[in-house]
Design a protein around this ligand. Structure first.
Ligand code: CDV
Length: 313
């Protein structure tokens, strides 16, 4: 059997416990810096932080656009409060992924993630494409999920960036449930997909048994890691934010589909894996050799149709 020489990336996920309404950006960034230091000490070269990591998960609140813009959106990245994270990354020589709410100079709003290299420079940006929830007020619901009110659909596509000698793609939360997310990046030879999430434990749309929130999260990551021959690193913001509980179970998943590290708490917690990227090659040269086995001439409906329709004649 031919085995390639291992090519390893020290990959960390920095799960966050709750961020409450009263917490300041400065305290949150201090928590992120602390976890970055721990990750570096445990061999990490790249750290994945959650979606909307700097504030509480504000789409649960029915508030005005003006209030949301003022309290929860970043007008600058880095800005005065987030600069210490970039400085620490440069000092430690660690890259990172960070999710935040972006307000552009033109007044556009996106649920955004950036990729920062080990010199502290932003080298990639992703704006969330699969926005869940609703835009109208649901007074009968115990809380809101207003991503469709507060954010536009991302306009940057699913791109893959080269850093630390690794091809890394980005996604955000609900994107992780859609196979298209990963396949578009795998077709750009992504080796790692990183993502952050805020998943409320209760589904306000239907009576979903609560345990399914965690099992569907894990199934999505594990199946897509295997079927695309990629590592997947997923960081939760979790626990009870001012009484609103969100799932934890941050994980690092190998291209085998197996979980190699999983958070056990619902607090700030760092998990680390030494991600051997040759596992991507092993699967891509064989069972998932895309060039050899894919049959795009039979996949047309995937891009022609959005919703399901009638069987084709
Ligand atoms: N922030 C999210 O995108 N959350 C979604 C919803 C559907 C709970 C998720 O997929 O986890």
């Amino acid at each position: 059997m031919i085995m390639s020489t291992p090519r390893k990336l020290g990959l960390a996920v920095a799960q966050m416990g709750p961020v409450h309404l009263a917490d300041t950006r400065e305290t949150v960034v201090a928590r992120l810096v602390e976890m970055m230091r721990e990750a570096k000490g445990r061999g990490a070269e790249f750290v994945v932080f959650p979606e909307l990591a700097l504030t509480t998960f504000f789409p649960r609140y029915w508030i005005s656009d003006e209030e949301a813009n003022e309290k929860y959106f970043e007008k600058q990245m880095p800005g005065p409060a987030t600069q210490p994270l970039f400085d620490e990354a440069k000092k430690l020589g660690v890259g990172f992924y960070l999710g935040y709410a972006e307000l552009t100079p033109e007044g556009r709003r996106f649920n955004t993630a950036i990729m920062v290299d080990q010199t502290g420079a932003i080298i990639g940006k992703y704006r969330k494409i699969h926005l869940p929830g609703h835009s109208d007020h649901k007074p009968e619901a115990p809380f809101q999920h207003l991503e469709k009110k507060f954010f536009e659909v991302g306009d940057l596509g699913f791109r893959v960036f080269d850093t630390l000698n690794t091809k890394i793609g980005m996604a955000l939360c609900n994107d992780r449930r859609w196979p298209e997310t990963y396949r578009v990046m795998a077709l750009q030879s992504a080796e790692v997909v990183v993502l952050g999430y805020n998943t409320p434990s209760w589904n306000i749309h239907w009576n979903e048994p609560m345990h399914l929130r965690t099992s569907t999260h894990l199934i999505s990551l594990q199946a897509n890691a295997y079927q695309n021959a990629i590592w997947v690193a997923a960081a939760a913001k979790c626990g009870s934010e001012d009484g609103h509980h969100m799932i934890g179970s941050s994980v690092i998943v190998a291209p085998t589909g197996e979980i190699v590290a999983r958070a056990i708490s619902e607090e700030d917690e760092v998990i680390v894996a030494s991600a051997d990227l040759t596992w991507c090659e092993n699967f891509r040269n064989h069972v998932f050799n895309f060039a050899k086995h894919r049959r795009p001439e039979h996949y047309g409906l995937i891009v022609e149709r959005t919703g399901a329709g009638d069987p084709i004649a």
